[in-house]
Ligand binder design. Structure first.
Ligand code: GDP
Length: 215
C-alpha cells in the first residue's frame, strides 16, 4: 500500500462546509477550485469515511435512502478544494430506470468535469470483489479517468484475513490492468488511513499551485 505522508503534505482540516447538491455535472459550481470525488456502492462506508476525513460527526448524510433523488454533493474544505460525494450505487431494489439515471449522472460527471483531479473508488475489504465495482473501475481505466482505491472497514476484517482480502481484490484488478492505481486502507470507525488520503489530495493541490505559478 502506498504511503503518502510527507510533512509537506500533511493536511489539517481547519474548515469544512456543505455547499450544495446538484442534479447533474453541468449544474456544478463554475471556477477552478480543484475537486476530489468519492464513489462507491451503497453501504460501502462512504458517508462514514467523509465524516471521518472532514472530522465532522455528520456532514455527509449517512442515510442516503434508495429511491430518493440522488444528487452530487459538494463540500468546500479549507476554503481551497471541494470534496464531492457522489450518489451510491448498487442498491438491490432499484429499478432499471433508477440505475440508468445513476449511471448517466455519475458517468457524465466523471467523464466531463474538468475540475475533477482524482476520484476515490471505495471498496469494502470485508466482501469479495463485486462485478459492479470492477465494471466501474474498468470503465474509468479505459477512458483514463484518474482514480485511487480506498478499502473501507478494515477494522471489521480479522488481522489474519487482511492480506487475503487485499489479494482477492488485487488479483481481480490485475486480470484487466498491469499497473494498479494508488490504494489506501481505511477504517472510519477506528480512524485509520485518513491522513494518507488527505496527504495525497494535498500533494495534488500543491502540484496544481506550482504549475499555475509557472504558467
Ligand atoms: P454509505 O452508504 O456508503 O454512505 O455507508 P455508511 O457510511 O452509511 O456505512 C454503512 C454501514 O457500514 C453503517 O452501518 C456503518 O456504521 C458501517 N461502517 C462504515 N464505516 C465503517 C468502518 O470503518 N468500520 C465498520 N466496522 N463499520 C463501518
Amino acid at each position: 500500500m502506498l504511503k503518502y505522508i510527507d510533512i509537506r503534505n500533511l493536511m489539517i482540516i481547519k474548515d469544512a462546509q456543505y455547499i450544495a447538491s446538484y442534479p447533474s455535472y453541468s449544474a456544478c459550481p463554475e471556477g477552478d477550485v480543484p475537486e476530489y470525488a468519492f464513489v462507491g456502492r451503497s453501504n460501502v462506508g462512504k458517508s462514514s469515511l467523509i465524516n471521518y476525513l472532514l472530522n465532522r460527526k455528520n456532514i455527509a448524510r449517512t442515510s442516503n435512502k434508495p429511491g430518493k433523488t440522488q444528487m452530487i454533493n459538494y463540500f468546500l474544505v479549507n476554503a481551497s478544494w471541494y470534496m464531492v460525494d457522489l450518489p451510491g450505487f448498487g442498491y438491490a431494489k432499484v429499478s432499471k430506470k433508477q440505475r440508468k439515471s445513476w449511471e448517466l449522472m455519475v458517468k457524465n460527471y466523471l467523464q466531463h468535469r474538468l475540475q475533477l483531479q482524482n476520484t476515490f473508488v471505495l471498496l469494502d475489504l470485508n466482501i469479495k470483489p463485486q462485478k459492479i465495482d470492477l465494471e466501474l473501475i474498468n470503465w474509468m481505466g479505459e477512458i483514463q479517468i484518474p482514480f485511487s482505491i480506498v478499502y473501507t472497514k478494515m477494522d471489521k476484517t480479522r488481522k489474519r484475513d487482511i492480506a487475503d482480502r487485499l489479494l482477492a481484490y488485487e488479483e481481480a484488478l490485475q486480470a484487466s490492468w498491469e499497473t494498479l492505481p494508488p490504494r489506501f486502507i481505511s477504517s472510519a470507525n477506528k480512524r485509520v488511513g485518513g491522513e494518507d488520503i488527505l496527504a495525497y489530495i494535498e500533494q495534488i493541490n500543491e502540484r496544481i499551485k506550482t504549475n499555475s505559478k509557472k504558467s
